[in-house]
Design a protein around this ligand. Sequence first.
Ligand SMILES: Nc1ncnc2c1ncn2[C@@H]1O[C@H](COP(=O)(O)OP(=O)(O)OP(=O)(O)O)[C@@H](O)[C@H]1O
Length: 379
Amino acid sequence: MYLRELHLTRFRNYQNCLIEFETQKTILLGNNAQGKSNLLEAVELLATLKSHRTSKDQDLVFQKAEVGQIKAIVKRLYSETELTLTLRQKGRRTVAVNHESLRRQIDFLGRLNAVEFSSLDLDLVRGSPEKRRHWIDALLIQIEPVYAYILQEYNKVLRQRNALLKTIRKSLDEGEVNSEESTWEQLALWDSQLAANGSRVMRRRARVMARLAPIAQQWHRKISKETEQLNIEYAPNVNWLEDNPQVVQQAILDRIKLRKVAEENLGTTVVGPHRDEVEFTINETPARSYGSSGQQRTLVLALKLAELELIETVVGEPPLLLLDDVLAELDLDRQNQLLSAIADRFQTLITTTHLSSFDQQWVKSSQILTIDNGTINKK
Ligand SMILES: Nc1ncnc2c1ncn2[C@@H]1O[C@H](COP(=O)(O)OP(=O)(O)OP(=O)(O)O)[C@@H](O)[C@H]1O
C-alpha cells in the first residue's frame, strides 16, 4: 500500500499542510519540536484510530481550534481510497471513507496499515506489562479490526465490574455485611460477562503471539549473528489447556472463584486479560532485567521487523513503516540490517534532526522534506 497524500488541517502544530509523497522513502528533516513526530502520529491515527502519545482528542487539535482534520489518499493494489478523520476539541470524532461518513469507527480500520518504531519502543522491553499489552492490542487491531470492538466491550465490562466491587469493598469498610442478594446476583452476571469477553481477548492475543514469535525469533537470530536465542512467551493471567471458548471461559471463572476474597478486599478485578504479560527471554535470561541496552534494541528491532512481515502476510500488502528518530539509536550494523530489510519493499517515513547519520544511497533515493514549526518544504 502507498500513502500518496496527507493533508493536515489544524492538527497538532499544523494549520493547513498538504504533503505529497513522491517516493517509497521520505526523510522528514527538522530540529526538535517542529512537528516531525506529529506527522507520524497522524498516520498512526489513520491506521489504528489510536495515538501512542495521548488518549485525548483535545491534545490533537491545534490549540484553541474547535475542529482538526487528517485526510489521506491511500493507494492499494486494486483501489485508491480517501480517508478522513475529524477530531474535535469537544465531542466525538468522526470518520469518513471517500467522503461518506461511517457510522461505526471499526469500519474505518484496516484501510491503511502501519508499523511505528520510535525510541519509546524500548519501553516494550523495559516498561510495565501495560506497554506490552498495548503493543499486542495495536497489532491485533490492524490485522483483525473487529478486535478493536472486542477490546472495547471487555473494557466496558471491566469498568462496570470494578464499580460494583468498589461498592462491595465500601460496605465491607463500613462494617456492613453485604447480604443483599441482588449485589451477589449482579456480581455473578459480571463474572460471566468478564469470562465471555475476556476469553475473546485472550484467545486472540495467544494466537497472534504464536504467529509473531517464530518470525521475530528468525530476525533476532539474524541480527545477533546466530549468537542469541530469543524466546517470546505470552503469559495470560489465566491458563487454559485448549483453545476453545468454553474452556477459556471456564478457566477464567475458576480463577475468579479462587481470587474472590482478594477481589472483594481490593475492590477491583484481579482476574482477566488486563493483567496479561508477555515475557521476552534472550538465551533463557529475562530480557527486561538482564538484557544490555544493545540486546534490548536488537530485540525491539526484531519485533518491529516481525510485525511488518506478519501484517504483510495477513493483509496481503506491505504496510507503511514509520521510523521516529530511531536510526541514531541503532549502531551501524543494526541500521544496515534494518535498511536492507526495508529496501524498496515498505513505504517508509523517517524523521531525523540531521542527515549525516544516514547511508548516502538511502539519502539519494529519498524524498527529503524539511519541517519547520508546522510547515513543510521540499529540500
Ligand atoms: N495541539 C497542539 N497545538 C499546537 N501545537 C502543538 C499541539 N500539540 C503539540 N504541539 C507542538 O508540536 C511541537 C512538537 O512536535 P513534535 O512532537 O512533532 O516534535 P518533533 O519535530 O518530532 O521533535 P523531536 O525531534 O523533539 O521529537 C511542539 O512545539 C508542541 O508545542
